[in-house]
Ligand binder design. Structure first.
Ligand SMILES: C[S@@+](CC[C@H](N)C(=O)[O-])C[C@H]1O[C@@H](n2cnc3c(N)ncnc32)[C@H](O)[C@@H]1O
Length: 271
């Protein structure tokens, strides 16, 4: 793909093939790294007892990296699937001890005797259609009692929606500070809105039992964005203020008004 600069790319497979060839993004400051990933850490702790885990939409392995960070020394085996061949090639080089497959049309490779006892699907729904088909494939791959952790963007956060609407107009010097938000040559992928109630209905329809629904991120990511230009969290009083604002954000996210405006949601469910 030759991505034109300042564009929103519709072809998800082409976008993720190009994205897989880029270097992995640099890390956030320690304060924000822990905070922005806490929903994922919660899901991965929940999956910590699983022996064989399906990573649906595995990309180049960022999630497996983070799984090991959350569960150091885990002996879990992974089977990862993705639609982007470059991502599958790269992740197979990084993790030769695990198994990876290129898939199309949400058809998993034959699992036969090798059903998994855990699965996760992270940030795939807003890049894909046919969600119920994906849930059904995951349900079939899971052993009875198997655990499934899903997390995605909830499309309701006004700051993110505003930032996204002006993103393509920004200079590359600003955009390249957001490479973890998937920028390829100045272009970003189309993101489809995800409806949480509809997602829950689809999960129940294929047979999943919902264990927990959680929400994250209202405004604290704005400080993380500032941090990419000026590392203010290194200044003691500002660090203290950020921590207070993070606690307040957690409080607000217990209220349904703010849950509807959260940037991410996660669902823990079982077969
Ligand atoms: C935003 S990335 C997330 C990668 C990884 N899950 C993570 O959290 O780091 C989305 C990934 O989903 C993959 N993807 C999109 N639609 C898919 C589908 N229908 N089946 C499998 N993978 C898909 C893309 O190729 C890409 O690697």
């Amino acid at each position: 793909m030759t991505a034109k600069k300042n564009q929103i790319i519709q072809d998800q497979k082409a976008f993720f093939n190009a994205n897989a060839l880029l270097e992995k993004a640099k890390k956030d400051s320690p304060l924000f790294e822990a905070y922005v990933n806490k929903e994922q850490a919660r899901g991965f702790s929940w999956l910590s007892s699983c022996q064989y885990i399906l990573d649906y939409g595995c990309g180049t392995g960022t999630s497996i990296d983070f799984f090991y960070k959350t569960n150091p020394g885990s002996a879990a085996r992974f089977i990862g699937v993705d639609i982007a061949d470059n991502a599958i090639k790269k992740i197979a080089e990084i993790y030769p001890q695990h198994e990876f497959h290129l898939i199309e049309n949400n058809q998993l490779p034959s699992m036969q005797e090798k059903q998994v006892d855990g699965a996760y699907l992270l940030h795939v729904l807003h890049h894909s259609h046919e969600h119920q088909q994906i849930f059904s494939a995951i349900y079939t791959a899971l052993l009875p009692g198997g655990k499934f952790f899903l997390s995605d963007l909830s499309s309701g956060n006004p700051f993110i929606n505003g930032a996204r609407s002006i993103f393509t107009l920004l200079p590359y010097s600003v955009k390249n500070k957001f490479s973890d938000d998937l920028v390829v040559d100045g272009s970003i992928p189309e993101k489809y809105p995800v409806d949480i109630s509809e997602t829950l209905n689809q999960l129940r329809a294929v047979g999943f039992k919902i264990e927990k629904v959680g929400y994250g991120h209202l405004y604290c990511f704005l400080f993380d964005w500032i941090e990419r230009f000026m590392p203010l969290s290194r200044i003691g009083p500002i660090h203290w203020c950020y921590r207070k604002l993070m606690h307040f954000e957690q409080y607000l996210l217990t209220k349904s008004f703010f849950q509807k405006r959260a940037e991410v949601f996660y669902i823990l469910c079982s077969k």
